[in-house]
Design a protein around this ligand. Structure first.
Ligand code: ZN
Length: 356
């Protein structure tokens, strides 16, 4: 579904990152992260066919004000309370006006499908508008798999050094996403302060996976508006958390844990002390591309049960200005090592109960 990459600066390209996502005929969504180390990480999550998930409050449901919701922890304990809390946040955010998302349309892409993708992104972004997201600084192109030459012209006219090798016609790939006719692919490049988003909607596109992909990607759009951070479980963990907790068609939590327990790194077998040590070294994601997604979800379960959505937003903002450890102190009032100890205890408990 998503491939995400942070690239080393090349030439005039500074603070560059790129990502891509896909949903294939098989219903498998594939993720990857390419970090500044140049390593490629991949994982995949199963998806099912999907329908619009726009929240509709029931007649009898009372939704607290959004300002109250984003500033508070879940009222009910446990994961059910956590889910309920985020569902309420989603519903309370539904009245936000759709953010403008302009795009340039390729010559052979189906316009109705392009509108569907845009409207679904706009729907998913509303939660982040409640955190202050006001606009997207993105240059969007939506093309079909047949529009390569047109796309190269468009991008090179905007930015001479645009990395057009992102779309490899020999391999038929956009980033790490194979351009099958039913595909929905995306690739983003952050160039200086600009953000270039390339999407390919196949000429035989189906809606499969649309909600999960747009939910996950919307989280990255929000993150990109603030800045990405190095804490290895944060970026993909947060995006995957929103996917799991707000999209009924996403992977189940059990599937997440099973994959984590099958990681070749044996990370799930770590003792609590090992979890803590790896978190402190920011090495817990090493050796398996899936960890930052799967373990990241569990970390965010702990975080969002104990800190508000606004707290974590502020933490992301502050980490971009200072450092992770300074930000946890100033925003959350907790030392980073203490936070890691708490997260380690949660991870250990969750995985121990999964094993029993
Ligand atoms: Zn992602």
């Amino acid at each position: 579904m998503l491939k995400f990459a942070w690239l080393k600066p090349v030439g005039r390209v500074i603070n560059s990152h790129r990502y891509a996502f896909l949903v294939g005929m098989s219903g498998l969504a594939v993720f990857a992260v390419l970090l500044t180390s140049g390593q490629i990480f991949e994982n995949e999550s199963s998806t099912k066919s999907t329908q619009s998930s726009a929240p509709v409050p029931s007649a009898t449901e009372t939704i607290p004000p959004i300002a109250e919701l984003i500033d508070s922890k879940p009222k009910e304990p446990g994961l059910a309370g956590l889910k309920q809390h985020f569902k309420l946040i989603e519903k309370a955010s539904a009245s936000n006006a759709a953010l403008p998302m302009e795009y340039t349309l390729g010559p052979t892409v189906n316009q109705a499908n392009a509108e569907l993708v845009r409207s679904r992104f706009q729907e998913k972004l509303k939660v982040f508008q409640s955190l202050g997201l006001k606009s997207l600084d993105m240059h969007w192109v939506i093309a079909s798999e047949k529009d390569h030459d047109w796309w190269v012209q468009i991008r090179q006219s905007q930015f001479a050094d645009y990395p057009v090798d992102l779309w490899d016609t020999e391999e038929n790939m956009l980033g790490h996403c194979r351009l099958d006719p039913d595909i929905f692919c995306g690739a983003g490049n952050g160039v200086n302060n600009g953000f270039y988003q390339d999407n390919v909607i196949g000429t035989q596109f189906t809606n499969r996976g649309l909600d999960q992909v747009t939910r996950h990607e919307s989280t990255h759009f929000y993150q990109s508006s603030i800045g990405f951070i190095d804490t290895c479980w944060f970026v993909e963990g947060q995006a995957s958390f929103f996917e799991l907790y707000l999209e009924p068609t996403a992977r189940t939590r059990d599937q997440v844990i099973v994959r984590l327990m099958n990681s070749p790194t044996k990370v799930a077998d770590s003792t609590q002390e090992e979890f803590e040590r790896k978190l402190n070294r920011n090495s817990i994601c090493d050796g398996d591309p899936d960890i930052r997604y799967d373990l990241g979800i569990l970390v965010f379960e702990y975080i969002y049960q104990n800190y508000s959505l606004q707290d974590i937003h502020n933490l992301l903002v502050e980490t971009n200005k200072t450092s992770w450890s300074e930000a946890t102190n100033s925003v959350l009032g907790v030392d980073a090592t203490e936070l890691n100890a708490q997260i380690a205890a949660y991870l250990f408990a969750q995985l121990a109960s999964a094993r029993s």
